[in-house]
Design a protein around this ligand. Sequence first.
Ligand code: C2E
Ligand code: CA
Ligand code: CA
Length: 464
Amino acid sequence: EIRKEVSGMDPDLYVTLRCGAYACGNHDTVFDPMAALYNAKYAAEQIEEPEEEAIRFYDSAIDEERRKESFVRDHFEEALRKGEFCVYYQPIISSLSGKAEGFEALSRWIDPEKGIIPPGEYIPFLERTHKIFQLDLFMLKQVCEDLKQLRIEAGFINVNLSQDDFGVIDVPSEVEKILQEHCIDPEQIQFEVTESAIGKQSAVFREINLMHEKGYKVWVDDFGTGQSSLSILKDYSVHGIKLDQEFLKETGPSDRSHLIITQIVDLCHSMGLIVIAEGVETSEQYWFVRRAGIDLIQGFYFSRPIPLSELLKSSFAENISTAQDRDFYQPVSRIDLCGPMEPELFGPDQIQPVFAKGVVERDHERMHFLRMNTEMEQLCSPFITETRNIRELREKSELLLEMRRNIHRIQDHQGICSFRVMIGGNSFHCAIAPLTRSQDQKKETYVITLTNLTDLEWPDPEKM
Ligand code: C2E
Ligand code: CA
Ligand code: CA
């Protein structure tokens, strides 16, 4: 009504209206009209979409929110001085080697009375009040300190930057100053900037490209949540993307998110970018991520963010992925697992052959699958022993024996070697090609395909 009334006075005038209301007497012991007004104003300020929400009441949820906000406003700077903030580290794992490549630094506020306060309770307020740069620079300094104890020459630490930092400080020169003071090599620190931040300001654009020129690696965080995902890949010099956790939430191989992920990964790889999947919690998600060719994984499946003391004792910090590991595994994640014949090319009564494809790693006489398409999964499940991250071909299974025999043949002449194999009563054509070999010559990877030569009866796992 009010909006209409005002627009009627002057058609060029557009009014945004936010109404807040406070019901007196609910929880007040003494009536204070000024406090009541402030509360109503605060409720009004919480309306984000005034077109859709006409009025907001000051309720207990808002009251709680406000109390938390006041706590941050009143205590943040003092807490930072007193050392109540610390860095937690979450491993970023190579999806194929299973070793850590680096760690993401995540802040935690440890209040002596309240305990751990999660970032969601202070970051948004610090961003709104332009104080987040204090925390981000503190985190960077602390990470530089921690690196002296961690001693992970081959690994990196990812530090988060807020979009607000770029408006308030000169990010590239502040970063450079801190790294020089601590004698830290730029290779060891990488930065994460959210997609929404990158899309918004020209300062971010300039400074990110400048950081790239200076040799820093920048990741696009929460990729896929903003409106500018693809144009970022076009315009910015970034090292890679971190797919937003939401994409992995839906499970099931035919899901749209999975199709999108697979396409994004292919696009990124063809542009030379690396992909991290965040929020991997289950074994299904883990195997999907491998199948899609995603390079690095972060998630509770491997580890929650942990304090430095715990990290120092963990196997993650001891066994960092090396350049040789990367050379060995990277070609594996670039293999296209899809079949050579598209299903629509088959005639109506033609039987569509199964096209199973995967990549196996051979370590002496043992073999396990690093990646496999769903057909390979279905076909080989009776011959595989699955432990946490390993799908190993069972000793004495016909496929393993045949593969071993034929691999010896390939070693004489490089290239593809093919043979027939019986699996579950069906005859298959199997092809194996060598892909990579470790520097110490002890491990190799092979691409393997299986296609049926006769009509297929799927093996019944119950009977095997
Ligand atoms: P982010 O940068 O997207 O960080 C990833 C968040 O996902 C972390 O939450 C992490 O604990 C959580 N996470 C990791 N693996 C899993 C998983 O498998 N499942 C689920 N459900 N969650 C997982 P956290 O530590 O609460 O941080 C929340 C956000 O706060 C971060 O999101 C980041 O945007 C911000 N943040 C944290 N520390 C800093 C900081 O020092 N500076 C800035 N600017 N932002 C920070
Ligand atoms: Ca992040
Ligand atoms: Ca993220």
